[in-house]
Design a protein around this ligand. Sequence first.
Ligand code: NAI
Ligand code: AKB
Length: 374
Amino acid sequence: MPVMRFFSKVAKQALLSTPGCGCQPLTVAVRNISFSPRQVTSDASFHSVSFSETDHPKVLITGGLGQLGVGLAKLLRKRYGKNNVILSDIRKPPNSVFHSGPFIYSDILDYKNLREIVVNNRITWLVHYSALLSAVGEANVALARSVNITGLHNILDIAAEHGLRLFVPSTIGAFGPSSPRNPTPDLCVQRPRTIYGVSKVHAELMGEYYHHRYGLDFRCLRYPGIISADSMPGGGTTDYAVQIFHDAIKTGKFECNLRPDTRLPMMYIDDCLRATLEVMEAPAETLSMRTYNINAMSFTPEELAQELQKQMPELEVTYEVDPVRQAIADSWPMNFDDSNARKDWAWKHDYDLPELVQTMLNFFGSETRMARFN
Ligand SMILES: NC(=O)C1=CN([C@@H]2O[C@H](COP(=O)(O)OP(=O)(O)OC[C@H]3O[C@@H](n4cnc5c(N)ncnc54)[C@H](O)[C@@H]3O)[C@@H](O)[C@H]2O)C=CC1
Ligand SMILES: CC(=O)[C@H](N)C(=O)O
């Protein structure tokens, strides 16, 4: 039977086998027939090779030049080998990144190019980092909707078509003012008030749909605000918690754009990237869910400033509230309940607030000493 007719027969079966007719819904295991949910085109690759588990994964990271991607590439290259992790983005990489391992241009809105990259590089895992974050998304809703939603659809279809293991991060921003805020559990009302949050809830729901309908190995962690020393945040509401360190070292003064009592879940980047690796390596049978909260600490700008001033008593902190970011922060969780991640795949954070501040100052301290030396 010609391939196309076979697939249209399977597709018909799959569509007809709704629970209502009493027959079992046909979960199309992508690995077997690599059926793409997108309209099958004549050049669809029907026989994507799925690698045995013993092979190292071949990883593609989209949106890899942001706050998190370069650090993730470093971690995964250490584990799987430099040439098994391809970093991609739509921006030019700095020399240090370009010479640290494979980098390619990839616009997630270019479905065809993305498919070529996945096929030509025999990708088996995809980490989808491309996005517009909360504050920058509110400043450009149309672009955020395109990148965060249309881009995601391309990623889901390609991952399903080629049997990839897919990681898509969600966020504390996937909750809204009607969600329980202290703590916020994995499963509760999610009515976020930003295009960022709406797009991330969509990502969670679509990823889980593709998992149940097409057998896609979709994994998702809701990240808190991530704090890093050697990379800058990309335009979110929690960016103040990174900026304070840079300004404290540079000028000894910091103007915070959130109210001093604004409590938000936060995490040091090393914990975030290790959690991502651990959930990607977790045996599927340990995952009772496909979307998990992960938590490390929650603090307010005032508490962060006080911890910093223990080591830098001269630091001056003032407050000039940004109403857009404040409204977003006031709709987000104050504390995250991550008990399911800790139960299912033994998640455990390493950095609390004192360790975070010490680690960040050590980095800047060494950087400052390096600068003086040079
Ligand atoms: N950094 C954080 O605090 C948190 C991040 N996350 C999620 O983690 C992921 C990575 O976050 P960050 O690195 O902080 O983001 P970022 O904003 O720093 O970087 C996002 C990257 O996406 C790229 N991008 C934009 N449009 C693109 C397109 N059409 N095609 C390909 N790439 C495109 C940008 O060039 C940028 O390098 C995002 O999905 C974000 O939602 C979730 C919660 C917290
Ligand atoms: C918490 C996030 O998702 C991000 N840092 C943002 O503030 O938008």
